[in-house]
Structures are given as structure tokens and as C-alpha cells.
Design a protein around this ligand. Structure first.
Ligand SMILES: CC(C)(COP(=O)(O)OP(=O)(O)OC[C@H]1O[C@@H](n2cnc3c(N)ncnc32)[C@H](O)[C@@H]1OP(=O)(O)O)[C@@H](O)C(=O)NCCC(=O)NCCS
Length: 295
């Protein structure tokens, strides 16, 4: 195990190219996730506030980042921060570095007046002592709504690399996809997640004003990942305009604005969603964030 001599504490360092490169390498080494596509998708989120330790060679050995993630919860806007990229290199673990990064990041969030902090983790015990609570996430499976025979399939396929400008424009004017729990603005992560996640298809509806993210993970199943635009079409309209007639639908966004009834089924993956917020800000009804809002 290495000691902590020679380590330098740095904050808000993403504008330094070497620091940004060192953070990307940390994420590859610890999580096997390469966020380099962000560099051609508009760069890092300017609201990010990373706290980190660097060694004498300029390696990032520990990091935790907060960023602005405005949410709608129970129909109300919530000034929320997301936490991401929390990691310590194995040879520096057990020295209290992460405890210090949590303390520094919490202090910054409190100072900025964030009402809520959200994160995903497979180690909830690490955060419970700081007041984070698990908020169960659900998916919404069911039979498709009755079809709309009068509607023509008018949607066109988008290709992220070619249509990035359009995607970013539509993202900038989006309305929350649910009143229960949804991002208000998260335009940096949506394009990155489209690339990092498998088989995501983007369809433009309504003269390119609405973008639907979806996929067909298996025959007969339509998976709705996200809807981006100034209005949310109903599920029946989405299916008709994309020209899909599935046997089953699984929505990865809450169904409250889709004019479609479906049961809520709790997700059982190893990652849990946690919130640090007063009771009244926790989602009151079964909800989830779109996979394209992952962070
Ligand atoms: C989890 C991780 C960040 C901890 O880093 P670290 O620098 O060793 O942590 P610290 O030495 O600062 O310990 C902080 C506290 O967390 C506790 N802790 C460490 N690992 C833990 C785990 N897996 N589950 C619960 N608590 C844990 C420590 O016991 C310590 O408690 P204390 O404050 O009461 O002493 C590090 O092991 C890591 O990078 N793991 C792989 C990536 C990861 O899981 N990141 C976090 C996911 S969101």
C-alpha cells in the first residue's frame, strides 16, 4: 500500500487538459468506462465540480465529482446535484481519501444550496451514514395501447454523429418526461449514453421537434428509453409514428405522461439509486430515471 505523502489535493480541475486526461484514465482503470466520446460531444459538463488527489507523476489517484442535475420530483422543480466518478486507485484505498472527498463535495453542495443529491452505487453502506437513502427504481412493462390506424409512420431515424446538432437543440428545449421523477436538463449525458449503451435507436417525430430513444432487445418487445421534446406524445402516438407494432412494451421512464397504464416492477440490479434529501422531496410514486440520464 502507498502512503499519502506527495499527494496533491485539487478541485475544479477539468479545464486543465492533463487533469481531464488523468480523470478519464482513472475511470478506465477502475470502471472500464471510457468517456472520451464526450470530447467530440461538446466536452465535459461545465457545471462539474471534481475534487481529487493526484500523485507526483500527475496520475489521478482518487476522485469524486458533483454536477448540476436539475430534477422534477412529484411535479416540482428540485435543485439537485448528481455525484459521479467516485473512485480511489487500489493502492491508495483504506487511507481515508474517499472520506475526505465526500466531506469536501458535501460541503460544496451545501454551499451551493442544492436541495438534493443523487447518485448510483453498488455500495449503499458507504453513503447511508451521510444521509443518503435508497430510492427504489422501477420499470413499466405491459401490453401496447390500442393502435392508431389513422396515423402514418412518419418518424425518421437519426444518427447521433450526423445529427448531433439537432439532438442538442431538442435536448435544450425538453420538458421533463415524467412528473414523478425526471431530469430537466442533462444534455451532456444523453448523447454519451446513446453511444455507451447498446442498440439505442433515435427517431425524430413531429417535424424533428421530438426525439424518441428506444430499442428492440428481443423480438416482439419495444423498450422505450426516453422522450425528448417540448411535449410528450402518448405511447400510442409514439408507436404509430415510429411504425412499431410490438407484442409487449417495457418503458424505462415512468408512464404518467404516456397515457398508458402499466404495473410498476421494481428493478433488482446491483446498482441502487440514492438520494440525500428531505422526506418531502423523495418521489411519492413508483419512478425511475431514463437509462439515457445515467451518470
Ligand atoms: C469505495 C472506495 C471509493 C473507497 O475508497 P477509500 O479511499 O478506500 O475509502 P476510505 O479509506 O476513505 O474509507 C471511507 C469509509 O468508507 C468505508 N468503506 C470503504 N469501502 C466500503 C464499502 N465497499 N462499503 C461500505 N463502506 C466502505 C470505510 O470503511 C471508511 O469508513 P470510516 O469513515 O468509518 O472509516 C474505493 O474502494 C473504490 O474506488 N472502489 C471501486 C470503485 C467504487 O466502488 N466507487 C464507489 C462507487 S459509487
Amino acid at each position: 500500500m502507498s502512503g499519502r505523502e506527495g499527494l496533491v489535493f485539487r478541485q475544479d480541475y477539468f479545464d486543465d487538459a492533463a487533469g481531464w486526461a488523468a480523470l478519464k484514465q482513472l475511470l478506465i482503470d477502475i470502471f472500464n468506462v471510457d468517456i472520451s466520446p464526450l470530447d467530440r460531444l461538446g466536452g465535459h459538463d461545465p457545471t462539474s465540480f471534481p475534487s481529487a488527489y493526484f500523485d507526483a507523476a500527475g496520475r489521478c489517484v482518487a476522485n469524486l465529482s458533483a454536477f448540476s442535475m436539475p430534477l422534477v420530483i412529484n411535479g416540482h422543480p428540485v435543485k439537485a446535484a448528481g455525484w459521479q466518478s467516485g473512485a480511489v486507485r487500489p493502492e491508495y484505498r483504506g487511507l481515508g481519501l474517499y472520506r475526505e472527498l465526500i466531506a469536501a463535495t458535501l460541503a460544496w453542495c451545501d454551499n451551493q444550496g442544492y436541495e438534493a443529491i443523487v447518485l448510483y452505487t453498488d455500495k449503499p453502506g458507504l453513503y447511508e451514514r451521510y444521509g443518503f437513502r435508497i430510492v427504489p427504481q422501477y420499470s413499466f412493462p405491459g401490453s401496447p395501447p390500442p393502435s392508431l390506424p389513422d396515423r402514418q409512420p412518419v418518424a425518421r431515424d437519426l444518427h447521433l454523429e450526423n445529427d448531433l446538432g439537432l439532438v442538442q437543440t431538442v435536448l435544450s428545449g425538453r420538458t421533463p418526461v415524467s412528473r414523478r421523477l425526471a431530469v430537466v436538463d442533462q444534455s451532456r449525458l444523453f448523447p454519451l449514453n446513446c453511444l455507451l449503451q447498446e442498440s439505442v435507436r433515435l427517431s425524430a417525430l413531429r417535424h424533428d421537434s421530438v426525439i424518441v430513444a428506444w430499442r428492440r432487445p428481443e423480438p416482439g418487445l419495444f423498450e422505450l428509453l426516453d422522450v425528448v421534446g417540448p411535449e410528450i406524445p402518448t405511447l400510442a402516438e409514439i408507436l404509430a409514428e415510429i411504425g412499431q407494432q410490438p407484442e409487449r412494451v417495457e418503458s424505462c421512464i415512468p408512464s404518467d405522461l404516456l397515457d398508458w397504464d402499466s404495473p410498476a416492477v421494481a428493478n433488482t440490479g446491483s446498482l441502487v439509486f440514492m438520494m440525500r434529501a428531505p422526506d418531502e422531496l423523495l418521489p411519492a410514486d413508483p419512478s425511475c430515471l431514463s437509462p439515457l440520464a445515467d451518470f
